[in-house]
Write a protein of this length. Structure first.
Length: 87
């Protein structure tokens, strides 16, 4: 997983396909706007790996998370250990 700050996307490449979790930084907050996983690699846990790494990065940087993306919101709902990041 790579944080491509120039594009404001966390990226994960699997089998030559690029999945992204797009975001916008706003001071001490990170707003996740959408997640995209190409169809050929859907259903293999790629989005979960990507979002988990992105949330861990936000925690490491002391950022609060705004989950505009429905997938990020659902991930946090399923993993209560990340709820403290919401803000």
């Amino acid at each position: 997983m790579r944080d491509n700050r120039a594009e404001q996307e966390f990226e994960l490449t699997v089998d030559g396909y690029r999945a992204v979790a797009a975001y916008q930084r706003e001071g001490d907050r990170i707003v996740f706007t959408h997640t995209h996983v190409p169809k050929p690699i859907e259903g293999h846990g790629v989005a979960a790996r990507l979002v988990r790494a992105a949330l861990d990065s936000a925690r490491d940087e002391g950022l609060k998370v705004v989950a505009q993306c429905s997938y990020v919101r659902a991930y946090i709902d399923r993993h209560p250990e990340y709820r403290d990041l919401l803000g």
